[in-house]
Design a protein. Structure first.
Length: 235
């Protein structure tokens, strides 16, 4: 995250880069990387303030395989978002989804963009609220009426903030291991799936992981909830 002074601030918007910076990690899937775009997003430091101070965040988008038939976008936030790991989670998710041999994940790979926005240095509730405004700013820049969201653990704070401000702009929201502090913001949302993480299960880790992976994909692709007795369904 970079801070621009009023005299040198770029106008808010997305600047798409010719090439993505080298992402950390080994053996990145080349087909997934060929569908990946990276950009710099200039956002207001305070979306409600009149001054011209801005922040620069990084944006990573793994495009759908069938862009002309694209059905939507899925914003993501990992459990621990770090600015220096920009885009790694989105690329990792898109790669994992590509190799899941189920109809739901084939649908996500073919028809949905996976998007990751780098975090602010959020220290307060006000910072978290501004982060939600950042995500909605990107939604507008991309021309999307509604978005889906997948968050894990602390990453759900962003989803909670967005749900509280822009509930009518959410298509589907999947929360894996949601933090207790984030839960109230989602209780009024019908289109939300709360999944417990494998380490919270009474069943085996393998069974729990399969349950989470299956229903996260089915819900994001088709909006179908798991049965009430599902081992991975959160309270």
């Amino acid at each position: 995250m970079l801070l621009s002074s009023p005299g040198h601030a770029a106008p808010p918007g997305i600047e798409w880069l010719v090439d993505c910076p080298r992402l950390p990690g080994r053996a990145l899937d080349q087909e997934v990387m060929a569908r990946t775009q990276c950009g710099i997003v200039t956002v207001p430091q305070n979306h409600q303030a009149a001054d011209a101070r801005t922040l620069r965040l990084t944006l990573t988008r793994v495009g759908a395989r069938q862009p002309l038939e694209r059905r939507g976008v899925i914003f993501t936030r990992p459990a621990t978002a770090q600015a220096d790991l920009r885009g790694v989670f989105a690329v990792h998710l898109a790669t994992v989804w590509k190799y899941y041999n189920t109809e739901a994940y084939r649908t996500l790979t073919q028809f949905y963009d996976v998007i990751e926005l780098s975090p602010r240095n959020a220290r307060t509730a006000a910072d978290n609220e501004q982060s939600a405004w950042d995500m909605d700013f990107v939604r507008q820049q991309l021309g999307e009426q509604r978005i889906s969201f997948l968050g894990i653990a602390q990453g759900n704070v962003l989803g909670a903030g967005y749900a509280g401000l822009f509930a009518d702009r959410i298509e589907r929201m999947v929360l894996v291991e949601p933090d207790e502090a984030a839960t109230p913001a989602f209780e009024s949302l019908p289109a939300t799936l709360r999944l417990k993480g494998p380490y919270l299960q009474g069943s085996s880790v393998v069974d729990a992981s399969r349950c989470v992976n299956r229903w996260a994909g089915v819900y994001l692709a088709h909006g179908r909830q798991p049965p009430p007795a599902s081992d991975c369904l959160g309270n």
